[in-house]
Design a protein around this ligand. Structure first.
Ligand code: CA
Length: 220
C-alpha cells in the first residue's frame, strides 16, 4: 500500500513516515500543497494523509482541486483544532475521514486500512484467496489455517495482490506500491519476493502472466 503524506511539521512528518512504514505503508512525504499536487499527478496512491494548514497551497484548496480534477484517491484529513466547522469543511471539500491532532498512530493506521478497503470495494477486513488468508490489521497470513511467517516486503506484495485479486498487477505497479521514494529498488527484487512467497505458501498462489505481471486468482 502506498501513501502520500502531506505535512509541514518536520517532527510529526518524520515520526509518521517511520511509523507508517513499520505498519506496512510505503509512505512518500511532501511538505506543501503544491508538491502534493505534483505527486498526485505523477504517482498512484492508495490514500493521502493531508494536513490542512500548509505553505504555498493549503490542504482544503488542494483537496477541492483534486476532486474537481476527478481524482478519487481516498483522503484522510488531519485537523489541528477540534472544531465542528473545521471537520465539516474538510469533509465537504472531498475528504473521506479525519483525525484531530494529537492522534494515536495505531488509530491512524486502522482508519487508513478501512478507507483503502472501502475504496477498493472490499468489505471484509480479512482477505481470503483459496487456502490463504491475510489479515492486514493483525499482519498475519495463514495457509490452511496455519500461520506462515513472511517478511514485511513479502507481506506487502501479497497484500496488494490479494486486495486486487482477479486483476493483474505489473511489476512496476507492485514496485510503486511496495517501495517509497526514499528506498532503493534492485532490478530483480519483486521476482525474488514472489519466488519466496510461492515457496512459503504454494506455487500456484500467485500466477505469472508472462510479459504482463502477476495475479492472485479471486476466490470462487
Ligand atoms: Ca500544518
Amino acid at each position: 500500500m502506498r501513501l502520500l503524506l502531506v505535512e509541514d511539521d518536520i517532527l510529526l512528518g518524520r515520526g509518521l513516515v517511520a511509523g507508517l512504514s513499520q505498519g506496512g505503508f510505503a509512505t512518500d512525504w511532501v511538505q506543501d500543497g503544491e508538491d502534493a499536487e505534483v505527486a498526485l499527478e505523477t504517482a498512484d496512491y492508495d490514500a493521502v494523509v493531508l494536513d490542512l494548514g500548509l505553505p504555498r497551497l493549503d490542504g482544503l484548496s488542494l483537496l477541492r482541486r483534486r476532486r474537481t480534477a476527478r481524482d478519487r484517491t481516498p483522503v484522510l484529513v488531519l485537523t489541528a483544532r477540534d472544531t465542528i466547522a473545521d471537520r465539516i469543511s474538510g469533509l465537504d471539500a472531498g475528504g473521506d475521514d479525519y483525525l484531530i491532532k494529537p492522534f494515536d498512530l495505531a488509530e491512524l493506521q486502522a482508519r487508513l486500512r478501512a478507507l483503502i478497503r472501502r475504496s477498493k470495494g472490499v468489505a471484509a477486513p480479512v482477505l481470503v484467496s483459496g487456502r490463504v488468508t491475510l489479515d492486514p490489521a493483525g499482519r498475519n497470513v495463514t495457509l490452511d489455517g496455519l500461520p506462515v511467517s513472511l517478511s514485511n516486503r513479502e507481506f506487502a506484495i501479497l497484500h496488494d495482490l490479494m486486495q486486487s485479486s482477479g486483476r493483474v498487477l505489473t511489476r512496476q505497479q507492485l514496485e510503486e506500491r511496495v517501495y517509497g521514494w526514499s528506498e532503493e529498488i534492485e532490478s530483480n527484487t519483486i521476482e525474488v519476493h514472489i519466488h519466496n512467497l510461492r515457496r512459503k505458501l504454494f506455487p500456484e498462489v500467485i500466477r505469472t502472466l508472462r510479459g504482463v505481471g502477476y495475479m492472485v486468482p479471486s476466490s470462487p
